[in-house]
Design a protein around this ligand. Structure first.
Ligand code: LUB
Length: 250
């Protein structure tokens, strides 16, 4: 019998399969570093780096705080009222600033939109890294990551506003990052790791399952948002993932 144990990333162990030995019962112990999957860089049309998403370079801490305040306010209003129902004036009123002050940081409503959606995708790499330090196997890493993502959708205005904007696609094709593809590719990578570790049920295709998981997650968060303003999201997601992981796990 082969027993897999998992070592948190950040340990000195490197590579996929690190230590193989036997315990007292004659079981083969394989110690493997936990998942090393990473998010791909979001896909978008190439830009010169001076597009509407980039405000002036600001190093002052106060200015950074102000930008965060504006971004959070914009995200909240985009989530509540959508793109067309949100004006820069409303964002300015929400943070108690003049429209000119907001325009100094974000020169157009499009710039605000891009910044909110970019911030949505910026959330995930840090979350993934935090989960990976727990030293779980690939399948449990994926489950924990999605559970924490569901919790993030419940309490993070930038994620909420960004998700609504990505649904609406208010800007010309290619201006905002391509939705879903980053998550699909990350999940496929984690499922391939799970397959290699013998955690995946025989016959499950990592690619097909990755699409299904993202569809289920997206659908669950969308329905929960529309029906009950996401109040039941963590529970609904737990129900969906229990069903899906039952089918995925060897
Ligand atoms: C995620 C959303 C909402 C997938 O990846 C994305 O683009 C997503 C917003 O567009 O759900 C979460 C697994």
């Amino acid at each position: 019998m082969v027993v897999w144990t998992w070592v948190a990333s950040g340990s000195r162990l490197d590579g996929r399969t690190d230590v193989t030995g036997e315990n007292h019962e004659g079981e083969i112990i394989v110690t493997q570093k936990t998942s090393r999957a990473t998010f791909p860089v979001p896909e978008r049309k190439p830009s010169d780096g001076h597009g509407p998403g980039r405000g002036p370079e600001l190093h002052q801490e106060r200015a950074v705080q102000t930008r965060v305040q504006i971004l959070d306010a914009a995200a909240e209003l985009f989530d509540k009222h959508g793109y067309s129902g949100t004006s820069v004036k409303a964002v300015a009123d929400h943070v108690g600033m003049t429209k000119g002050a907001v325009y100094f940081h974000y020169p157009t409503k499009e710039a605000l939109t891009i910044a909110v959606v970019d911030a949505l995708y910026d959330r995930w790499p840090a979350l993934l890294e935090a989960v990976q330090t727990k030293g779980l196997g690939p399948l449990d890493t994926l489950m924990e990551l999605l559970d924490q993502t569901a919790a993030t959708f419940m309490d993070d205005v930038v994620v909420q506003g960004g998700a609504r904007l990505q649904m609406e696609q208010p800007l010309p094709e290619g201006v905002l990052p391509r939705p879903y593809v980053g998550w699909i590719s990350l999940i496929e990578e984690l499922l391939a790791e799970a397959e290699e570790a013998g955690e995946l049920r025989a016959g499950v295709s990592p690619s097909a399952a990755a699409h299904t998981l993202v569809s289920a997650f997206f659908g669950t968060q969308h329905i929960s948002a529309r029906l009950v303003r996401r109040q039941d999201l963590t529970q609904r997601w737990r129900d969906a993932r229990d069903l899906l992981f039952y089918a995925l796990r060897a």
